[in-house]
Ligand binder design. Structure first.
Ligand code: DP6
Length: 381
């Protein structure tokens, strides 16, 4: 298919330490408050997407983890935004602009299970937005294109600590991702993701936050009054690599987000018994050590994301493995600490632990990494 054009890109997961929860515009996906998150290393967690455009395609098609999916409104919104940004650059160049009339075939895969509820749609939409931008030669507004797919995808379009600004404009073009600190700036900050054994979540973030906006007074207060202060403190802690403050604010923000969920009517429960046991472990470890060794945050599901410094990571990973995964005492386990915690091990309550760290934003991959064949159909895995 000589006329077709194809690009393949990969995009990361970004986990919020100041959460986004609630939209002021459903269609443009504009948030009630700014949020801040850390982009994770794509070697551990990423989405990969191939986008192919061809004059011979008769419709837009999407394959997600090898299942053909219907084209959603959000997919269309990303595509249309990418095209409208491209049109501004391509006016006058009719030959190049022809691609904007072609249909696209898209194939996207995650290197982690979607069912694990690990911001997979955020990485997926960030990858989609970035791939469309690459396909049409668009440099700017990538985070706006991704945001139209999923709010948190906005933050996955950059590396390191990323701020998603609230913006003020009605068209949403100032609600964008801004890198606050590159991935390399805090090298001894590490991440342990505890994938909790559970069925898939019942309430999607999209539906959950809609009910919170309609019913939670606490959300209004959080968005207008509490988050601006929290963000200032968080940015300062990140710049100073002040782990104690970072840990304190991260855990308080997570607690506040889940308090908003509880203040929603009917209430939303994302944490389960295992999540609460993880919170208890973190609190007890920090108290026993007399300093912040580890911090937790939880999104719209029971999985825990723990932040630890390199000097403590082996010990904390061994403790989590003992208490929640294998129930076995490895060499790195600090037995004196275990005795002090007086917690009983509950093996298999966590399926696995993903160890990762900060990473850069999306990038284009060489063509041979493509997921579609020359006819625009998914290649076998
Ligand atoms: C709890 O981005 O999934 O993970 O914009 O409706 O697609 P939509 O919602 P989504 O919400 C993410 C919520 C969160 C917090 C966060 O990532 O900031």
């Amino acid at each position: 298919m000589s006329d077709s054009k194809s690009v393949t890109c990969t995009a990361p997961v970004n986990i919020a330490v100041v959460k986004y929860w609630g939209k002021r515009d459903e269609k443009l996906i504009l948030p009630l408050n700014a949020s801040l998150g850390l982009t994770m290393d794509m070697n551990d967690l990423c989405a990969t997407t191939t986008v192919q455009a061809s004059p011979s395609f008769t419709e837009d098609c999407l394959w997600l983890n090898d299942c053909k999916e219907p084209i959603s409104k959000r997919f269309k919104a990303c595509l249309e935004k990418a095209k409208s940004v491209a049109r501004k650059h391509l006016t006058g160049d009719e030959a190049k602009a022809a691609i904007l009339d072609w249909h696209v075939h898209v194939c996207s895969r995650n290197n982690f299970p979607t069912a694990a509820g690990l911001a997979s749609s955020a990485a997926g939409y960030a990858c989609l937005g970035y791939s469309f931008a690459q396909l049409y030669g668009v440099q700017d507004e990538v985070s706006v294109i991704a945001r139209l797919g999923s709010g948190s995808a906005c933050r996955s379009t950059a590396g390191g600590f990323v701020l998603w600004t609230m913006g003020e404009r009605e068209d949403g073009d100032d609600s964008v991702a801004v890198e606050v600190s590159p991935a390399s700036a805090w090298p001894d900050l590490e991440v342990l993701i505890l994938v909790v054994n559970d069925r898939r979540k019942d309430t999607s973030s999209t539906a959950g936050m809609q009910t919170s906006v309609q019913t939670s007074q606490l959300l209004k207060h959080r968005a207008a009054v509490l988050v601006p202060d929290l963000l200032r403190g968080m940015e300062e802690a990140i710049h100073n690599k002040d782990f104690a403050t970072f840990a304190d604010l991260t855990m308080k923000d997570s607690n506040q987000f889940h308090a908003v969920c509880l203040d929603t009517y009917p209430p939303i429960f994302y944490l389960n018994d295992t999540s609460r046991r993880i919170i208890q472990m973190v609190t007890k470890v920090n108290a026993a050590c007399g300093e912040a060794k580890v911090a937790y945050t939880f999104d719209a599901g029971p999985n825990a994301v723990l932040f630890v410094r390199s000097k403590d990571v082996e010990q904390i990973a061994a403790l989590c493995d003992y208490l929640f995964v294998s129930g076995k005492q490895s060499d790195n386990l600090d037995q004196a600490l275990v005795d002090q915690l007086s917690l009983t091990a509950e093996a298999n309550s966590v399926r696995n632990i993903i160890r990762t760290k900060a990473g850069p934003g999306p990038r284009r991959l060489p063509d041979e990494k493509g997921l579609l064949d020359s006819n625009g159909l998914p290649l076998p895995v």
